[in-house]
Ligand binder design. Structure first.
Ligand code: LLP
Length: 404
């Protein structure tokens, strides 16, 4: 559907996020289809974008959810997810969070250290429950992505190494309050090369076989998320190759494959619409200053990430290099550096593409800017799925100390 951005801005103001829900649905179904040879469950990683309407739409597709805080678990439940389709991951789950997750009877908890396992065992004992667990293995495989989002090397804080995992499984099997049901790995995000995933899957499948010989039978093989998108080109990852690389590692094992996709499902579907405020030409550089900023989309500032930029109403006159920047008081506040763009007009609409993943979910109120509104496009209809924040709602949790 061709979107009338002028109309959207007139109604909902600038800046805003818009997500194409139909595209997300289609991606979900394609990914599911790629794994149809085996039992599989997609557990959307809601850290990528946790808007409740989006989660609800995924619940209707029978999605499960990968959560990394108890509030993410609550979001998934609020959207209607079944507890047995929710898993809980993360290196720093607190005792209270573990307690709540256990009481909610979710599918399993992904453990990331021995200390966390002992804490969970204690909590399960207090509640007189048996906690279903999976252990996140760090296979020491280089995911070849940005170092900030690479997670499967010994130097990273995530997971435990194979031998420690084995010892933890043996401990858990003997425990009255722990039940090992799965194994997990996630070597990083924005992976464009599938080989490291295949390598990790093979290493972890070997562990599963060794555990089987020790009479520890797992049910779930959780391959994490990480499938990337090409931010510079329209090319899409080959889902068949991705699935095959995992399925091949699992031959001879009867396990349900769990996937935790985030970015692949939602990144392409999201656009950050903003408006040009000013052009500023210095002796050295041209800046295009827009009304969105790094507090709305942090990825360029944090990872030097590339996002395509479009000017849908431009006449394409006088293109030249410029930096596209926001209004935050930091030089790191930019959406693009040295990008060739036509001359813009004040008020012109700009689209920052592929911003559906880790866009709004990483946004903040920095510089006391309000969080922006979110819209969904579904079945040719646009609806608002989050109101724009206001000054009043932004400060509502603060306690004002007034002088007597
Ligand atoms: N599972 C686990 C355990 C994860 O840590 C992550 C992402 C995912 C699944 C989902 O990964 P995905 O399929 O989205 O790659 N803010 C960064 C990405 C951080 C990813 C954190 N973990 C960015 O904007 O690129």
């Amino acid at each position: 559907m061709k979107i009338d951005y002028e109309k959207l801005r007139a109604e909902f103001k600038s800046p805003l996020y818009i997500y194409d829900f139909d595209d997300i649905k289609q991606r979900f179904l394609r990914l599911k289809e790629a794994f149809k040879a085996r039992k599989s469950q997609l557990c959307y990683a809601l850290k990528a974008n946790s808007n409740l309407s989006l989660l609800k739409m995924l619940v209707n597709l029978d999605s499960g959810f990968d959560c990394v805080s108890i509030n993410e678990v609550k979001r998934a439940l609020r959207a209607g997810a079944k507890p047995y389709k929710i898993i809980f991951s993360g290196v720093a789950k607190t005792k209270d969070e573990l307690k709540e997750a256990l009481s909610l009877n979710i599918l399993y908890i992904n453990l990331e250290s021995k200390a966390e396992m002992l804490c969970l065992e204690e909590v399960a004992k207090e509640l007189n429950l048996k906690a279903r667990i999976s252990i996140r293995v760090n296979p020491n495989v280089d995911a070849k992505t940005h170092p900030y989002i690479s997670t499967g090397l010994h130097e990273n804080k995530f997971g435990v190494e194979i031998n420690e995992a084995k010892a933890m499984y043996l401990y858990a099997k003997k425990s009255e309050f722990l039940e090992p049901v799965g194994v997990h790995f996630h070597i990083g995000s924005q992976l464009l090369d599938i080989k490291p995933i295949a390598e990790a899957a093979t290493i972890v499948a070997t562990l599963v076989k060794e555990l089987k010989a020790l009479d520890i039978e797992l049910k779930f093989f959780d391959v994490g998320g990480g499938l990337g998108i090409d931010y510079e080109k329209a090319e899409e990852p080959n889902l068949y190759d991705y699935a095959q690389s995992i399925l091949a590692a699992l031959s001879g094992l009867d396990l349900t494959i769990l996937l935790e996709p985030g970015r692949f499902l939602v990144a392409r579907a999201g656009t950050l619409l903003c408006s040009v405020l000013y052009e500023k030409q210095t002796q050295y550089k041209r800046f295009v200053i827009v009304d969105a900023a790094m507090n709305d989309l942090l990825r360029p500032s944090l990872y030097n990430a590339y996002h395509k930029i479009e000017l849908p109403y431009s006449k394409n006159l006088e293109p030249s290099k410029c930096d596209v920047v926001g209004g935050i008081c930091e030089s790191g506040d930019f959406f693009a550096k040295d990008r060739v763009l036509p001359k813009t007009k004040e008020g012109e609409i700009m689209l920052i593409k592929d911003a559906g993943a880790y866009g709004f979910s990483m946004s903040s109120n920095y510089n006391s800017r309000d969080k922006i509104c979110e819209l969904a496009l579904e079945n040719s209809k646009i609806r608002m799925i989050r109101k724009r924040q206001s000054f009043e709602t932004q400060i509502q949790e603060e306690i004002e100390f007034l002088e007597e």
